[in-house]
Design a protein. Structure first.
Length: 283
């Protein structure tokens, strides 16, 4: 491979050596180029210097802005030769093509699980490290994934711009709307390859598949107990912290899980019904 600049050659060589000389002073993450470090730092600062001139949405990288702008134009110049699906960005096409080839070149060094994209590998690695690099600027809560932070931030504004045309239910993000719409259409595009059970949400399929494999990738750092889903790990961790975030609005009793709160609330419903029934009818 030939390079026009010596600096470009040096950067390229780091893909072979694994050298990452640029380190973040906030979380100790390291990068092979100063530009990648700069982009990463924006996850801490929340800086989004690239603004869309059509809808005022802002982005941390120029590539994210360019990708977004194609949602306005509707252009999808990158087309898959196997299924004619079109994409606004070439990188999205490359990722999609791996669904045809089954290629998973990115392997986790701790559990040997393999992924089709580096970003999916990095997300997975956080289940081992417990790293939560995305922080809410309003309440300081931290998250392991960017989309979880974005969904959380809407809880401060209450904004639900994505509306279902069939039942007028509104959602904070487009992904939740798409999943909801499947409750109307009955569509379940995610199928388990072992038992053929189908799901409307990919995030429900993945924990289900672990019932077949027995895989428990989410480990508690306090007692080494392991879980098949992140939500079950969070519930378990509350046994250590004593946290009870779900509060009854009738008696102010608090619970560690939403399921326990719902179960408790039925006791109020039963009490109210029994109060309405004349005593001579109660056997």
């Amino acid at each position: 491979m030939a390079f026009s600049k010596n600096s470009t050659l040096i950067i390229h060589k780091r893909t072979h050596t694994g050298e990452r000389p640029y380190q973040c002073c906030q979380c100790d993450k390291a990068f092979s180029t100063s530009s990648n470090l700069l982009i990463h730092k924006r996850t801490h600062s929340g800086e989004k210097p690239y603004q869309c001139n059509q809808c005022d949405k802002t982005f941390s990288t120029n590539s994210s802005l360019l990708k977004h702008q194609m949602t306005h134009s509707g252009k999808k110049p990158h087309q898959c030769s196997q299924c004619d699906k079109g994409f606004s960005a070439n990188n999205d096409l490359i990722i999609h093509q791996k669904t045809h080839t089954g290629e998973k070149p990115y392997k986790c060094s701790r559990c040997n699980k393999a992924f089709s994209t580096n970003s999916n590998l990095m997300r997975h690695q956080r289940t081992h490290s417990g790293e939560k690099p995305y922080q809410c600027s309003q309440c300081g809560k931290v998250f392991s994934q960017k989309y979880t932070l974005l969904n959380h931030q809407i809880s401060h504004t209450g904004d639900k711009p994505y509306q279902c045309h069939q039942c007028d239910k509104a959602f904070s993000c487009n992904r939740l709307l798409i999943i909801h719409q499947r409750s109307h259409t009955g569509e379940k595009p995610y199928q388990c390859s072992q038992c053929n059970k189908a799901f409307s949400d990919k995030r429900v399929l993945i924990p289900h598949q672990r019932t077949h494999t027995g895989e428990k990738p989410y480990q508690c750092r306090q007692c080494d107990k392991a879980f098949s889903s992140y939500s079950n790990l969070i519930k378990h961790q509350r046994t250590h912290t004593g946290e009870k975030p779900y509060q009854c609005n009738k008696c102010e009793k608090a619970f560690s899980s939403n399921g326990n709160l719902m179960k408790h609330m039925r006791t109020h419903t039963v009490i109210m019904i029994s109060h309405r029934i004349p005593t001579h009818l109660i056997k």
